[in-house]
Design a protein around this ligand. Structure first.
Ligand SMILES: [Ca+2]
Ligand SMILES: [Ca+2]
Length: 399
């Protein structure tokens, strides 16, 4: 039985990678009108190598464990200039379950999950898990976009973020906050500030290039992606038919699960197995205080009360696709507009009052709010705060 299971799994893995290789081959074929020697020089061809290597790794059995561990070998560095790079990882097409079961939602608001019960947040995950397909392979940032990467974008373009515009604001941690009255409702520690932005998110400690960029909006994330696309095209390094953009909600949710169909977290259902894998609300003192977040539920130290360097937990913090910080770190704004009834397989946009979806929970969240299925709608496309960032993907255009 086990052998049969392993063989079926093996065939599915190979099929998935062959399909992804075929998708990339299709892009290469589109460029057939180029001379062969020129074709050999375009990066599209170099994109094929990691896939082939991953496939070979599976065939010769050196890919490690897990159906998607093989994909960890398929990565590529995108040059942003001035020695700044952004690593993308290949994600094969596949299926997953969007949403969560009632048992999972009950856990999320229980003792371990620690999320506030009686809110509508659980219903946002959808009635029940729904099978969804991501039919095109794509590439995704290994990590959330960092301060250093966003800085390069601003250096080169002079871009002014939504929070920095006249009348703009962003929500940051209030240093005066003292919300430890646990017998009553815990007061929210974030408040709108006009003079803060991604350059200074008011953490109270120096900003580092290796932190995820925060205080950026859906608009800002899209502008960053457009810059990446233009940069790649201008340099002749972007395969035809692909663009940098925010991932769709389905792509993000699928990528978060790292090859699994449906578990609370990308490593499984056990919270304790999350130790050393993610940055959420744990038993770490806030800077300058001898207190932790009042609702901290993870019973270990993860080293950070606020943001942590991206990929800080390295191999142990990467999911089956090799992606870091998909749960925790900072919330990740995706391309879709929020539908309170649940996420969609195809890109979902509304005409009126769009609210971008963000995913994955953050450093301030309890475990129940840092699951793969958790989703929130932001106030609007220009809204930002110091718990939200984004991650890019490279794929077929979606809007
Ligand atoms: Ca933490
Ligand atoms: Ca994250």
């Amino acid at each position: 039985m086990l052998t049969l299971f392993m063989r079926t799994n093996f065939i599915r893995r190979v099929n998935a990678l062959l399909l992804f290789g075929a998708t990339l081959d299709a892009y290469a074929l589109k460029t057939r009108n180029l001379k062969r020697e020129r074709l050999m020089r375009i990066p599209c061809v170099s994109f094929l190598f990691p896939t082939t290597l991953a496939l070979l790794a599976i065939i010769i059995g050196v890919s490690g464990t897990g159906s998607a561990a093989s994909a960890q070998d398929a990565s590529k560095q995108v040059e942003l200039g001035r020695d700044v790079t952004l690593e993308v990882v290949s994600i094969p097409p596949g299926e997953f379950m969007m949403g969560s079961t009632s048992a999972e939602r009950a856990w999320a608001i229980g003792i371990e999950g620690g999320a506030e019960g009686g809110t509508r947040r659980e219903s946002y995950e959808g009635e029940q898990p729904r099978l969804m397909r991501v039919k095109d392979g794509f590439w995704m940032g290994r990590t959330e976009v960092t301060v250093g990467q966003f800085k390069r974008f601003v250096e080169e373009t002079g871009y002014v973020s939504d929070a920095e515009k006249s009348g703009g604001e962003t929500e940051c941690f209030d240093p005066e906050w003292d919300g430890y009255q646990l017998t009553e409702k815990v007061l929210h520690p974030w408040k709108p500030m006009e003079d803060k932005s991604w350059r200074d998110p008011n953490f109270g400690f120096p900003l580092r290039d290796c932190y995820p960029v925060v205080c950026v909006s859906w608009n800002d994330g899209r502008a960053f992606c457009k810059w990446l696309t233009k940069r790649g095209r201008d340099a002749g390094r972007l395969p035809k038919g692909l663009e940098y953009r925010l991932p769709t909600e389905a792509e993000w949710a699928y990528a978060c699960r790292g090859g699994r169909q449906s578990t609370y977290f990308w490593w499984g259902n056990e919270l304790n197995d999350g130790e050393g894998r993610l940055n959420i609300s744990a038993v770490d003192f806030l800077p300058g205080r001898n207190k932790i977040w009042p609702l901290a539920n993870a019973p270990w130290s993860d080293g950070f009360a606020f943001v942590s360097p991206v990929d800080h937990y390295s191999e142990k913090g990467r999911n089956g696709f090799g992606l870091a910080d998909m749960c925790g770190g900072v919330w990740e704004i995706v391309l879709d507009h929020f539908d309170p009834k649940g996420g969609h397989e195809e890109l979902y946009f509304v005409d009126k009052d769009p609210r971008p979806v963000c995913r994955g929970g953050n450093y301030f969240d309890v475990p129940g709010n840092a699951r793969c299925a958790v989703r929130l709608g932001l106030h609007g496309p220009s809204y930002s705060d110091s718990r939200d960032g984004f991650r890019i993907c490279l794929g077929v255009p979606r809007d």
